[in-house]
Design a protein around this ligand. Structure first.
Ligand code: KIV
Ligand code: ZN
Length: 513
């Protein structure tokens, strides 16, 4: 059996299914480029048939990504599969990932189909897909809770039809490591043609065991592909976290004995990019990518690390891409230096006008903040005003007044399409007053689900504040992110960015529909 472990990243598909994590086409392409730099083997770029927006995102990723295989999810029907194949046409290496539920519960209650119908549909879907693309992955959804006898029958049939990867999802995060590992091992032993496919694990984190289950699927079960997401992003409690699973296999090569193609130094930049794009903050004590993951606070630990690093460290921070906040640019930096830094960060703005807009924002920021870090640059290009993306609402100016014992007041000037609005309000605090001022004009009807502020770079009050706002309206949940040295301005930007996402009305078909 090969000792090569395939890393299949599904941040842009399963990760994006997380409420509020939906991304625009350009955001997805930016993340896909970072995943390519990270050297993931397969990028699941989306679910092409779910909406025009997702189709365009998969297509754009397929057209630009050269080194990783680009994959689209598709339900087990001809329309979804054709749509996936069409979106993937430009990719040098492409994969269709088709799925249908196989557990009694899902077949009976959700699909309202018999076992025989599911069996036939799975076979037919793989046969159809195989005529369009050579690389086909099949997933029996809720596979871990399916009857193993039925599962073996389906899997044997889809491999015979040409499925090249068999993925066993623990869709609801119910598995425990040993049992999941044994489950995969058992299937591989019982399916007569199992050696014709690569076996894959796909674990959700509802019981906090997605990484452990995935590793057991590899170690005990003999799987050679792990499906995972950056920062463990994903539905409910998320998916198996890429950074954790990769660093476990790398750090414990003595135990796993597996080879990975990943460039680990790109892990932290990827984590930051996903967090800044989606507004899903990384908890400080998160393994590998949390702000405290390599911080030694206790005197005993600090003393030990200074004497011999490996007393308390099993990985090196720089190996996963942590660098101390480095001043990269400042007020005197020119357009060329800025453009070069963008390139080094792997940020490809599409047109010269986008570079110019980003540079203008950089100059504006450098006037107010002496040291500009990589994180500031990433936040700056995430701002919709520098990309070509549709921006209906846009902040033009904000002023606020707060004083001890007085009720804060704010005035906001913003555009909605072609119309300029000026509005004022008071509020409990300056942020509250600013958002109320915006709402006094828009009456959006959106419900605020989350508001959070973080410093983009640590160690200084000079840092930009990054604000995430989560809004819900008409059954849709979106996150808006805004950054500025003034957190009231950042809040207004984040609020308008969330309203922009609601306004763009990217309707999505429920992925598990
Ligand atoms: O969790 C799941 O079952 C999935 C499948 C579509 C692979 O994401
Ligand atoms: Zn999933």
């Amino acid at each position: 059996m090969s000792d090569q472990l395939i890393i299949f990243d599904t941040t842009l598909r399963d990760g994006e299914q997380s409420p509020g994590a939906s991304m625009t086409r350009d955001e997805k392409l930016r993340i896909a480029r970072q995943l390519e730099r990270l050297r993931v083997d397969v990028i699941e770029a989306g679910f092409a048939a779910s909406s025009n927006g997702d189709f365009e995102a998969v297509k754009s990723i397929a057209d630009h990504i050269k080194d990783s295989t680009v994959c689209s999810l598709a339900r087990a029907n001809d329309r979804d599969i054709s749509r996936a194949a069409e979106a993937l046409r430009g990719a040098p290496r492409s994969r269709i990932h088709t799925f249908i539920a196989t557990s009694e519960l899902h077949m009976e209650k959700k699909l309202r189909m018999t076992r025989d119908q599911v069996f036939e549909q799975a076979k037919q879907a793989v046969r159809f897909a195989r005529n369009l693309v050579g690389d086909i992955e099949f997933s029996p959804e809720d596979g871990y809770r399916s009857d193993p006898d039925f599962l073996c029958r389906v899997l044997e049939a889809v491999i015979a039809e040409g499925a090249t990867t068999i993925n066993i999802p623990d869709t609801v995060g119910y598995a425990v490591p040993e049992l999941y590992g044994e489950f995969i091992k058992n299937l591989r032993e019982r399916v007569p043609n199992s050696d014709k496919a690569i076996w894959s694990v796909h674990c959700h984190n509802d019981l906090g065991m997605a990484v452990a289950n995935s590793l057991a699927g590899v170690k005990i079960g003999g799987a050679r592909q792990i499906e995972c997401t950056i920062n463990g992003l994903g539905e409910r409690a998320g998916n198996c976290s890429l950074e954790e699973v990769v660093m476990a296999v790398r750090t414990r090569k003595d135990y796993f004995g597996l080879t990975l193609g990943i460039d680990a130094s790109q892990i932290v930049p990827a984590s930051r990019m996903v967090s800044q794009t989606t507004g899903f903050v990384v908890q400080p004590n998160k393994a590998v990518v949390g702000a405290n993951a390599f911080a030694h606070a206790s005197g005993i630990h600090q003393d030990g690390v200074l004497k011999a690093r490996d007393t308390y460290e099993i990985m090196r921070a720089e190996d996963v891409g942590w660098s101390a906040n480095k001043i990269v640019l400042g007020k005197l930096s020119g357009r060329n230096a800025f453009k070069q830094r963008l390139q080094e960060l792997g940020i490809d703005l599409e047109s010269e006008s986008e570079v110019n807009a980003a540079f203008a924002r950089f100059k504006d920021l450098a006037d107010r903040k002496s040291d500009i870090f990589d994180e500031d640059i990433i936040a700056l290009v995430s701002d919709e005003s520098v990309t070509s993306e549709q921006e209906h609402y846009r902040l033009l100016a904000l002023s606020q007044h707060s004083e001890t014992g007085e009720r804060p007041q704010a005035s906001v000037v913003f555009t909605a399409g072609e119309v300029e609005h000026k509005a004022s309000s008071d509020g409990n605090g300056p942020v509250d007053a600013s958002l109320k001022a915006i709402e006094s004009r828009l009456n959006s009807g959106a419900e605020l689900l989350l508001y959070s502020v973080n410093a983009i770079t640590s160690g200084s009050t000079e840092s930009q504040g990054e604000v995430t706002v989560r809004l819900q309206h008409g059954g849709r949940v979106v996150n808006g992110v805004g950054a500025d040295p003034d957190i009231v301005v950042a809040s207004a930007k984040a609020y308008l960015s969330a309203l922009n996402k609601l306004h763009s009305n990217l309707e999505r078909v429920a992925a598990q529909g």
